[in-house]
Design a protein around this ligand. Sequence first.
Ligand code: PHE
Ligand code: ZN
Length: 881
Amino acid sequence: MRTEDARPVRLKDYRPPDWLVETVELDVSLDPVATRVRAKLKLTPNPRAGAPAPVVLDGDELNLLALAIDGEPLTAERYTVTPDNLTIPQPPQRPFLLHIETVVDPSANTQLIGIYRSGNTYCTQCEAEGFRRITYFPDRPDVMAVYTTRIEADKTEAPVLLANGNLTASGDLADGRHFAVWHDPYPKPSYLFALVGGNLSSVDDRFVTLSGREVALRIYVEPGKEGRCAYAMDSLKRAMRWDEEVFGREYDLDLFMIVTVADFNMGAMENKGLNIFNDKYVLAGTETATDADFAHIEAIIAHEYFHNWTGNRITCRDWFQLCLKEGLTVFRDQEFSSDQRSRPVKRIADVRLLRAQQFTEDAGPLAHPVRPAVYNEINNFYTATVYEKGAEVVRMLNVLLGRQGFRRGMDLYFARHDGRAATVEDFIQCFADANERDLTQFMHWYSQAGTPEVTVTAAYDAKARALRLDVAQAVPPTPGQASKEPMVIPFVIGLIGRDGHDLPLVRDDGAEVERGVLVLTKPAERFTFSGIGQPPVLSLNRAFSAPVKVVANQSSADLRFLAARDSDPFNRWQAVQTLATSLLIDNVAALRGKRELRHDEGLIAALAAILADPALEPAFIGQALTMPGEADIARDIGHDVDPDAIFVARCELREAISERLHPALHDTYRRMSSREPYRPDAASAGRRALKNVCLDLLAATAESSAIALALHQYETADNMTDRMAALATLSLHERPERAEAIEDFYRRFETDPLVVDKWFSLQAMIPEPGTLARVRSLTAHPAFSFTNPNRLRALIGAFAHANQSQFNRADGAGHAFVADTVLALDQKNPQVAARLLSAFKSWRMLEATRRAHAEAALKRVAAREGLSRDVNDIVSRSLGA
Ligand code: PHE
Ligand code: ZN
């Protein structure tokens, strides 16, 4: 294991590699405990590097068996080797073949990086630095090589043998073994290498590209699960078509394979031609997967597929450029889902996620720029900032340049950098060149951490028929960045007249504001609009055009007007959220000061109007009725946070909505119920979402008829969405029905791991003091597993990340429990342990008692000797100034 002593890696220290690898020939003989890897690397001095250099290859827990140059075994004095490095101080200064033989133990690989076993299947995970756990190699993404992979294995244990590219040979060997040879003609970095061996079944389909090439599509699963791949396969074909139509990108091999495994650290991996997926993001059936699961599958299948162009054909020069592939690919998958589903509802869901995860990260000790300048452990930078804010930055280019200008930039990027390892500068330069724009200032989005705050003050002058907007921006300090430069913020606005129509946006110099985009570039600036015959209502940051926090102090009347009338659906939703947030913040303060709670008739009226608006999509109404989450309220409060008070204030608001809107909620529940057979499409999912939001609100008062309704829905549901939603509603009420339903659910689904995960999560998220004891005892449940990441995340991850009041218990027991788990897990799977530890990312905001408990827990983790680099990095940044 790589332990804490590693030195930080800095972007400014980047140097091109001394040696390139033209071809890699791998010969892998699979064995449960001693897998033998013979690698033949064609090494070439890099013409871009300077003086003659030694060959220094990366390794991690490797055992070297043999080493030769051009067929000549290397004598011991000509190299040095450790499990982490292989150095040849005086290699021939010309192209040569290096033969390396190593052996690894897949069964002992609990980190799930390199070659490991998931059940009986052999599989690999190489991003970011896992290939070095297979053989010694310059394991960095700017070394791109052509790979040929020969795999051999016992034929009964692993009848299916897969690697990247195309199958070029296969056959039987002596002793019941067999082999397959795969060749990938596209040069790629080592992190995109993959191989799989196992007893797998495949579901097969085909896709004909726009230019008429036929591509075979195969999803490999454990035998018996073939019936659960249909939605994933359909999503894949839609994604392939969409990338052709929207970005002009065709698939480039004759075969595209997906393999699903039960043990996986992340969601999925875009290995060239051989994506490896966490079961969770492929397998789905009506009775086992929720609408949210179907939507995730569609998005992640598309995401990994889209990486073929944004990540694989054009890859990253170094890991600082991670957002180059991830932010861009998330943007692409968001756009795909928007086109497949409802654009406004998708935008609302994406912004909810961005705020919950990225804004929170940006507001705490783990804040970092979209492109970090330094890291200790790259695995800790697969974050909401790199992914979600990275996508927002790409989206802002789209807003700034318009759709066509954006497409011109993308086309140039594909033309200029195909087959290469690129940087963020390369990417941005394409948009600048294709549109003759200077994007220098825009680069701050990549280098400055923190969520910008945009403050808007309006003044209307009736005599001059003019509106003056004073707009200020500020980026708060973040670790290592005390002061910031102003950003380029594409701020889309509308001025709405009393009749609900947008007024023309004409600046006082006569220029019309194109597409409503005000481009903010200064700490403070003034915009004056003329020809405004009435005081307008301001619709700000429409469609969330920039990932900023807007401060505008709009009146409750204006917010209600926006909720009812704004032509921008996002801002209708936002207006409701803003009303609710300010009420919740006031009431948290009231609870802590033992004062009377405030009621907001305006908010209730706005919700009633939305519920009654027949023009609105059900999914949108469901989003409007969903109040801000506890973590969001905490972040908006910002300091001295008491999660119990937040929980109570939120419950009170939900009860008030329930009481005041009871008939409408009930009526909507009925109208949204359907007798049609289940279909996972967006419109049906939207109706179910609204129905289930209504159910949950109806039950918020714990009224017995609503509980009975939930129980009835639980018992009679013909799909997982409705069953799970009913169970979640029941889980919030400490009554005998709850225990029975929880038991019943387990009995029904105990043979289905993905559903058992839901069962663990649901219990971990119950916001009651008894939950910690429940979670502890569930760790002793026969179905619990410490080594399966999904299971671990389902129980302890859900407790730490999704149960604010119980993780942050006032007695510190929640913090202590999670810290203990992190310490125990770190021995086995540091990557998953570090991610769990990041649940402490908001600890500094807590009120003093809880903050002290969190600090003590973190210090206890920090004090442990032999911590992994992963956990050591998170804990030291969490505790850092
Ligand atoms: N590159 C993967 C994705 O975003 C994520 C991943 C990272 C998977 C590291 C495994 C390991 O699509
Ligand atoms: Zn990705």
